[in-house]
Design a protein around this ligand. Structure first.
Ligand SMILES: *Cc1c(COP(=O)(O)O)cnc(C)c1O
Length: 424
């Protein structure tokens, strides 16, 4: 492969930034090549510093549901910039965005804006603990909720033990209240609740898991979680940082018709700017300072530029419910192409698709949890990734990240992508 400007920038970046990147997956470590350095993006395409343009299915890992640099969003942001970038004081835009979120998700009676999904989940858990006066939480293996200490855990070796840190630098003491259950496995939740139930502040779950590849909940898994958390007086937190405003305007909770006690949001609600949120029942959210005694703050929280991008994005989504049908339909067409490739080549493949999220796992197993997801042949994924890239299509550089379909992908581009998938 020829030496490129991306290669140069990567070499230089590695001297200034750990691994040359500001978030690990960007380093392309799993796909055996250097990352592309991006110069610009518009609609369904991104362009690298060498002038190559790619059809993009990463969409900045979710925020880009309208495609890149949507004219109306960019116009609104430019106008907002002229009024100042940040004030550290309340603004009307925060109120507008809060009301849009509440209207979209009636389970959210009050909402606090923050800057990242990590901050949202961390703060939601603190609030749930403050509300219940309990310390334990239950999370699911393979669900990702950002990188706060207590959530960077893996299951301990024995059943019903607490978890162990999944990162260096996290003291064991910080994860001892985090219990790990298996996704879609009711018995594992029942067992933990049986042992610790009266001390469990919250169960946090991705209602559709999208950080081990896409793994939908089995038929009554979410309603089971709703019921068992009510029985034990624990707070049910839906982490909708990916699914919120993606699986429909009302997120996964609308799609599956389950009301969680609390919800975390991010990605789409910032319209490409750093913005996230946590919210829920008023009684719970009133634990948060300055009303209650759960402390949480942020210098740039509710930033006027970020809220402007968020409001513009949500307004467009609200006005165009048909967009959701379009992206879901396109995701189904892509899913069918992967299956067709499997039939054609006899290679094992399992495709999970929910709304505009999809994943092709190179395994013959049904993928329902972390164990089955990680049975996938990652070398086959790497081959697929490189084949797509050589054909001008940029997909996630990891088996365990979703493929995101945006409003900007035309049917023609989807068909072209299908040809490429089948032709690998
Ligand atoms: C991306 C993500 C997060 C973390 O959000 P950041 O903004 O990257 O901190 C949390 N939960 C889920 C489900 C996510 O997909």
């Amino acid at each position: 492969m020829n030496h490129t400007n991306s290669d140069d920038l990567f070499e230089q970046s590695k001297k200034a930034i750990p691994g040359g990147v500001n978030s690990p997956v960007r380093a392309f470590l799993n796909v055996g090549r250097n990352p592309l350095f991006i110069k610009s993006a518009k609609g369904s395409h991104i362009t690298d510093v060498d002038g190559n343009t790619y059809l993009d299915y990463v969409c900045s890992w979710g925020p880009g549901i309208l495609g890149h640099a949507h004219d109306e969003v960019i116009e609104a942001v430019k106008k907002a910039c002229d009024q100042g970038l940040t004030y550290g004081a309340p603004t009307e835009k925060e109120l507008i965005l809060a009301n849009m979120i509440k209207e979209a998700m009636p389970s959210i009676e009050k909402v606090r804006l923050v800057n990242s999904g990590t901050e949202a989940t961390m703060s939601a858990i603190r609030t749930a603990r403050g509300y219940t006066n309990r310390d334990y939480i239950i999370k699911f293996r393979g669900n990702y909720h950002g990188h706060s200490d207590g959530l960077l855990v893996k299951a301990g070796s024995a059943a019903l033990t607490t978890s162990v840190p999944d990162s260096k630098g996290v003291p064991k003491a910080y994860t001892k209240h985090t219990l790990v259950a298996n996704y879609n496995d009711k018995e594992s939740v029942e067992a933990l609740m049986g042992e610790y139930g009266q001390q469990v502040a919250a169960v946090i779950v991705e209602p559709v898991a999208a950080n081990m590849g896409v793994v939908p909940p089995t038929k009554d898994f979410l309603s089971f979680l709703r019921k068992i958390t009510q029985e034990y007086g624990s707070v049910l937190i839906f982490d909708e940082v990916i699914t919120g405003f993606r699986l429909g305007y009302g997120g996964a909770q609308e799609r599956y018709n389950i009301e969680p006690d609390m919800t975390t949001l991010g990605k789409i609600i910032g319209g490409g700017m750093p913005l996230a949120a946590y919210g829920g029942r008023a009684e719970i959210m009133e634990q948060v300072s300055p009303v209650g005694e759960v402390y949480q703050a942020g210098t740039l929280s509710g930033n006027p530029i970020a809220t402007t991008a968020g409001i513009a994005t949500l307004s467009i989504l609200k006005q165009h419910p048909e967009y959701y049908d379009q992206i879901e339909e396109n995701a189904k067409i892509l899913a069918a192409a992967f299956r067709k490739w499997g039939e054609k080549t006899g290679q094992p493949i399992t495709v999970n698709q929910v709304g505009s999220l999809l994943s092709a796992f190179f395994t013959e197993k049904e993928v329902v949890d972390f164990e089955s997801a990680t049975s996938s042949n990652t070398q086959a994924y790497t081959n697929y990734f490189n084949h797509m890239l050589q054909n001008g299509i940029y997909v996630a550089p990891s088996q365990y990240e979703a493929m995101f379909v945006s409003m900007a992908h035309t049917r023609e581009e989807i068909e072209q992508t299908c040809q490429c998938i089948i032709g690998q």
